[in-house]
Every structure is written in structure tokens, then in C-alpha cells.
Design a protein around this ligand. Structure first.
Ligand SMILES: Cc1ncc(COP(=O)(O)O)c(C=O)c1O
Length: 386
């Protein structure tokens, strides 16, 4: 029997590879993006309450109404945008599902989809499965902003979708208001859509504001905007997220969502809705919560040979190790995990044509003691002579 792979170039995601290596070598895992602390206790108690009081059957296909209302209220409060909870919000099983479904909704055979490298690794396989072609536009260190000249050059009649991600994984860069305005200018009167991955929307630092595409009227009309409760509520294993899009797009999106997962875990949806209503301070305080961790990690790393420029957003921190080693970033991440006891993510894997930069990504969504221990180990790293 012969099966021709639909994704011949795809192996196991780097996040799984590095986390498995971290487990195998007993390394502190600063590779995959998940907290090593629990969700808020009140949220866990609400979840238990709903589990035990009969909220265990299929919820509505588009998500529990109470949760969609809370999402809509939050959007109005934070970004001054009015989102119709019935027609424009769909709850999905993780942002991964939203991204996949949005891509299947608009991409047809032969369409081109623009992504900015380093790009989160779930985008391209979904484009490939839809029959589309991914066009990669690189972003460069140290600030990792979109190169709008290159974007203008890449746009043509086959461009169907542009995927953006702010705050950006793995770079930690964030959109400025001017970036959103440029996206609108460049795509005016063009028949294309946006998929905006905003899963780190509540992690923007130093007084900056998250720039959602939804706040721009022109972009909103052609955008799917995705966020994830896993990131916001320290519950990445729950896989509850949502996609906001205009009603016409949402209708098509739901046609696919209903045959991918149909619905998303019921009790967590109810618990998240109740928690959002009664504890809005959780997401309001998230920037200062994570900024303190970013600052702790940056100062703990100050005396190591790594060079860090504090992240503007996300819970990731890039670190330049060029003063320490000539190894490429995959070899270096393996060395760090196996010999130094701290796992990191090489960022070259997120590029079509990786630059020669010597940069790895650390996740600082960790307890302070984990971050201090990791920095202490990384500080022991001598110049590596391969
Ligand atoms: C940029 C980005 N998009 C999407 C996801 C997936 O989110 P979820 O776990 O809700 O599927 C992640 C998770 O790491 C991410 O970093």
C-alpha cells in the first residue's frame, strides 16, 4: 500500500521536539510556550462547579452564548469595537482550530497566502492542505517589523490571504498603530482577507497598547481575528479560543468549524464566561504580571554572555548568543538542553530561508524561581568551541 503524503515536508513540531528533549534530559523547559503555574483558583473552582452540575453535553455549535457575550463586552471595553456575539464570534477548540478553519474558509487551489517569517508553524500546513501556496516575507532582527516595501511587491492578483501575528511569536515584537494603517493602505480595493493571530493580545508591555485589526474599520471588514483563552488564563491545555469575523465570513467559517470539531468543551466555556464577568482584573493586570517576569528574566540574564533586548509583547524573549558560540541555533538549542539543562527554541525553523542570526527563544511564563534557576545555569555557559 502506498500513501502519498499531503504534507511531505512536515515533521514533528519543534515545540514537541524540544519539550520531549527537555523531559528526557531533565532540563528546565523554557522552550514550549506554557506556564509552569496554575490558572486562577476561582476559575478552577468555577470549572469544577460546572463539571458537577450538569454542563457536560454539547454546547451550541458556535459556543456558549454567555461566553460570546463576555467576549463581546471585553472587546468593547478594551478596544471600543462593537462585536455581535451571535453573528461574529465563534468559540473553537484552541486558536489552532480557528487558524485552520479560517484558512480553509477562504483559501482555494492556487491562491497565495502571505506570511511573515519567522512565522508560527501551524499556518503553512493549513494553507498547503487548502491547495494554496505560502509566500514568505522575512522580518529582520533586531526589531522584527513588517517590511512594507516587500509586502507591496509580493501582492498580486493571486493573493487571497495575509496572515499577521501581533504580539509576535517568536519575536516578541508588536504592531505600532502605523503598521495597521499601512496594512489598510496597501490592501485597499484588493480582493483579499486578513487572518490576524492575536493570541497574545493581553501581553503588551511598557505602556504600549495592543493594536487589533478590528479597530480599523476597513480591515475589520475583511479580517478573521483569533485569540486564545489558553494564553490569557494560564490554561493552554484547555484549548478554548475564539475567532471574530464579519457575519458573512463567520457564516462560512462555521460551516467548516461544525465539521472539524462541531463544538468545544462545555464546562470550561461556562467557567471562562463567569470568570471573565467577575474577574476582569485578570486580563487587565496581565501586562504588568508578565512584564515583571520579563524584567526579572532580563536582569537575571544580564551577567550571562547572551544579549537580550526586552520583548515588547508575548511571553517570549529572544536571546542573541553570538558572543558564546558559532553553533547554528538548532545545534545550540540541543547543546543548551542536553549539556546546560535549559531548553530553548531555535528560531530558524520558522523561516523559509533562515538568516545566519544566532538567536534562540526563551519562554518566561514561568515561576520566578524557575526563571532564576534557568538564568543561573545559562550564566555558567562558557564560550563553546564546537
Ligand atoms: C502565535 C500562536 N498562535 C496560535 C497558537 C495556538 O494557540 P492554542 O493553544 O489556543 O491552539 C499559539 C500557541 O503557542 C501561538 O503561539
Amino acid at each position: 500500500m502506498f500513501l502519498e503524503s499531503k504534507l511531505p515536508d512536515i515533521g514533528t513540531t519543534i515545540f514537541t521536539v524540544m519539550s520531549q528533549m527537555a523531559n528526557e534530559y531533565g532540563a528546565i523547559n523554557l522552550s514550549q510556550g506554557f506556564p509552569d503555574f496554575e490558572p486562577p483558583l476561582a476559575l478552577l473552582e468555577m470549572c469544577e462547579k460546572y463539571l458537577k452540575t450538569g454542563y457536560n453535553q454539547y454546547p451550541p455549535m458556535m459556543g456558549v452564548p454567555y461566553l460570546r457575550e463576555q467576549i463581546s463586552s471585553k472587546m468593547a471595553r478594551l478596544y471600543q469595537v462593537n462585536i455581535n456575539p451571535d453573528e461574529e464570534i465563534t468559540v473553537t477548540s484552541g486558536a489552532t482550530e480557528s487558524l485552520f478553519v479560517a484558512i480553509q474558509t477562504v483559501v482555494r487551489r492556487g491562491d497565495e497566502v502571505i506570511v511573515f517569517d519567522p512565522a508560527y508553524d501551524s499556518y503553512e500546513p493549513a494553507v498547503t492542505l487548502a491547495g494554496g501556496k505560502t509566500i514568505h516575507i522575512p522580518m529582520s532582527a533586531p526589531d522584527f517589523h513588517i517590511d512594507f516595501d516587500r509586502l507591496a511587491d509580493a501582492l498580486d492578483s493571486r493573493t487571497r490571504l495575509i496572515i499577521v501575528n501581533s504580539p509576535h511569536n517568536p519575536c516578541g515584537s508588536t504592531f505600532r498603530a502605523s503598521d495597521v494603517a499601512r496594512l489598510a493602505d496597501l490592501t485597499r480595493d484588493k480582493n483579499l482577507f486578513f487572518l490576524s493571530d492575536e493570541v497574545y493580545e493581553h501581553m503588551v508591555y511598557d505602556g504600549g497598547a495592543h493594536q487589533t485589526l478590528l479597530a480599523n474599520e476597513e480591515l475589520r471588514a475583511k479580517s478573521f481575528v483569533v485569540s486564545s483563552f489558553g494564553k490569557t488564563y494560564h490554561a493552554t491545555g484547555w484549548k478554548v479560543a475564539y475567532c471574530i469575523a464579519p457575519d458573512l465570513l463567520t457564516r462560512e467559517f462555521r460551516k467548516i468549524h461544525q465539521f472539524v470539531t462541531f463544538t468545544t468543551h462545555t464546562p470550561t466555556q461556562w467557567a471562562l464566561a463567569e470568570f471573565m464577568e467577575h474577574y476582569p482584573e485578570h486580563y487587565l493586570e496581565l501586562p504588568s504580571f508578565y512584564q515583571a517576569k520579563r524584567d526579572l528574566f532580563n536582569s537575571a540574564m544580564a551577567d550571562t554572555g547572551f544579549k537580550l533586548t526586552p520583548s515588547a509583547g508575548t511571553y517570549f524573549q529572544l536571546a542573541d548568543y553570538s558572543a558564546l558560540s558559532d553553533l547554528d541555533d538548532r545545534e545550540f538549542s540541543t547543546y543548551l538542553t542536553q549539556k546546560i539543562g535549559v531548553a530553548a527554541i531555535p528560531i530558524s525553523v520558522f523561516y523559509e530561508h533562515p538568516p545566519q542570526d544566532k538567536i534562540v527563544r526563551f519562554c518566561f511564563a514561568k515561576q520566578d524561581k524557575t526563571l532564576n534557576e534557568a538564568a543561573e545555569k545559562l550564566g555558567r555557559l562558557e564560550l563553546i568551541d564546537p
